[in-house]
Structure formats: structure tokens, C-alpha cells
Design a protein around this ligand. Structure first.
Ligand SMILES: [Fe+2]
Length: 310
């Protein structure tokens, strides 16, 4: 039997953060009529079973983007919603890659920068059992296209609006629960933000749009709790600091720095990442830092018109 023992916390009424053992965070929002699950993790355990322990209401599953650690258990559900620009992502990615990332994250969380935010140092799952390829009866879900401004009515006035926020991936989406004043950001924002899939100018505009909505939410919850406690939002410095970093880049102020060794390896100031299968076609990447935020961008793709900033 697959584990359902995810650490989880109800941080607002009918609003849960489900922690996939420090790999990724999923969010469950329950209205009077329907429920919504945001993201499906790396694919460890019985996510659907865990959700059904909390609610049996009809479930809408949305994917913030197409990365390996957000689509892993998508096949446990009949239908999912994702932006068309991320819809070609494998669901799930290869078992080998998911296993490697899962082991890396467990090691990282026990030893380095993520450790203060780790729930447990003993993960209650068996990687040989709970992380697996889909069984033959777990078919690809029906894919629905998420679009900017699309609204999902969960009942009782709980309406969740999806917004495009490209940067981390071209099809990255965020979700605004206006009644409860929460923004669910997927990987569009974090203190350690990979934003090399789009020109920095595009990422900047998308994040400024999110900032312009700040009167409609009190907290931002992103898709990992590596820089925040479970059930707590990102600190208020995160969004404005990331925006400052990107504004600097767009104005030609680039001071690449070395990234902290999140994965236990030395990372050069400029690195080619074209050999990383997770990030095809992104080319070079540099890391920019301000305060306690790091943003990784492609120095060859800063302005949308392709010219170099002056
Ligand atoms: Fe991601």
C-alpha cells in the first residue's frame, strides 16, 4: 500500500498545504461545492487517497507548471488543467530522474540551507515502493487548457482565478483565492528563483503584475517550503527583492555571483545548462543576488527584443 502519511497542515479554514516530504508542496482548497488541488508533486505515495481523507467533493486538479516535481502524481486523477505552453511535459517524468531528485532533496534538507524549514528528518515513505512508474490502469489524464483569467467556482463564494506568470517556465500559472486573500504561486516566486526560460524582461513584467494585485491577497504560498515554514507564506521581502534584481538586469546591471551549493556541488559564475535534460534550450545561466534572494537568468536573453541592455 502506498503511503498517505504526508505532513499536512490546515493553515486557513478549508485550506491545506500537503507536503510531499520536502520535495514539493501541494495545496487543497475546499469550497461548499467543489475542491481544488494545486499540483501533484514528484509522484511519491497515494496523493489522491490523502486528498480523499480530507474531502470527497468533486475535485479540480490544476498544475502550476509542467516540471517534474509538480506533475508526478497527475495520473492518479482523471482530468488536469495546465497552460498549453507547459502541456507537453511528461506526466510523470522518468522514474530515474524523479528518484535522483527525491534523493537529492532529502539529502539537501537534512544538511544544508533548507534544513531549518524541514518538517521531519525521517521521511515516512519507502522510495522503492512509494515512488514508482504509473501502473497500466493509470492512464494519462484528460488535459484541459488553463488560460489567463480563467475562474473556478468552488462554491460558497470561493472563486479561484488563474493568471499567467511566465518566467520559471513559459506556461507558469499562479492562482488567486480572493475570498481568502491567498495567492498560490507555484514556482513563479521563491527566494531561490530559477527564471531562465524566458527573457528577464518578461519575468519582470509578470511579477510586477502579481505585485500590482497585492491589495487582493495577504500571503503568497509557493510550491516548495524550502524558504518558509509549512503553512506559512513567503516573507514580504521576497517579491519586491526579486523584482529589484530583475529590474537591475533589464537596466544592464549584472553582477553574477556564486550560488549557494543547494545540491552539494560547486557552481561556476556562469554555467551552461544545456546539458541538463530538465531545462532544454535554456543555454547559459547566471545567478544574481540581492538580500537573501537569488535569481537565475539567461544572460543572453534579457530583453524581449533580443538586444542587450545598455
Ligand atoms: Fe519548477
Amino acid at each position: 500500500m502506498l503511503t498517505k502519511l504526508y505532513p499536512m497542515v490546515q493553515f486557513r479554514p478549508d485550506t491545506w498545504e500537503i507536503d510531499e516530504f520536502d520535495c514539493a508542496s501541494m495545496f487543497l482548497l475546499i469550497g461548499t461545492e467543489k475542491a481544488m488541488l494545486i499540483d501533484t508533486g514528484m509522484g511519491i505515495g497515494d496523493l489522491r487517497g490523502a486528498v480523499e481523507m480530507i474531502t470527497r467533493k468533486p475535485l479540480i486538479v490544476v498544475l502550476s507548471h509542467g516540471h517534474i516535481d509538480h506533475t508526478g502524481n497527475a495520473r492518479q486523477f482523471d482530468e488536469v488543467w495546465i497552460h498549453r505552453k507547459d502541456a507537453d511535459s511528461p506526466m510523470p517524468d522518468s522514474l530515474q530522474r524523479r528518484r535522483s531528485d527525491t534523493e537529492h532533496i532529502a539529502r539537501r534538507q537534512k544538511s544544508s540551507i533548507g534544513a531549518p524549514y524541514t518538517m521531519f528528518h525521517l521521511y515516512p515513505y519507502d522510495i522503492n515502493v512509494d515512488l514508482r512508474d504509473p501502473s497500466p490502469d493509470e492512464k494519462m489524464p484528460v488535459i484541459h487548457e488553463l488560460k489567463d483569467g480563467m475562474q473556478f467556482d468552488l462554491g460558497g463564494g470561493r472563486i479561484v482565478t488563474a493568471y499567467e506568470c511566465p518566467g520559471h517556465t513559459p506556461g507558469e500559472m499562479v492562482f488567486l483565492d480572493e475570498k481568502n486573500r491567498i495567492l498560490f504561486a507555484g514556482d513563479a516566486l521563491n527566494h531561490n528563483l530559477l527564471a531562465a526560460s524566458m527573457p528577464a524582461e518578461t519575468t519582470l513584467r509578470a511579477l510586477k503584475r502579481i505585485q500590482d494585485m497585492s491589495g487582493r491577497y495577504d500571503g503568497i504560498y509557493n510550491g516548495h517550503h524550502d524558504f518558509r515554514a509549512l503553512g506559512m507564506p513567503l516573507d514580504d521581502d521576497c517579491l519586491p527583492t526579486v523584482i529589484e534584481i530583475l529590474e537591475d538586469a533589464v537596466h544592464g546591471h549584472l553582477a553574477p555571483c556564486q550560488t549557494p551549493s543547494f545540491w552539494g556541488q560547486d557552481i561556476p559564475l556562469t554555467r551552461e545548462i544545456s546539458d541538463m535534460p530538465a531545462f532544454p534550450g535554456m543555454g547559459k545561466m547566471i545567478t544574481l543576488r540581492r538580500g537573501r534572494c537569488w535569481v537565475h537568468i539567461n544572460p543572453d536573453s534579457i530583453l524581449e527584443n533580443g538586444s542587450s541592455p545598455s
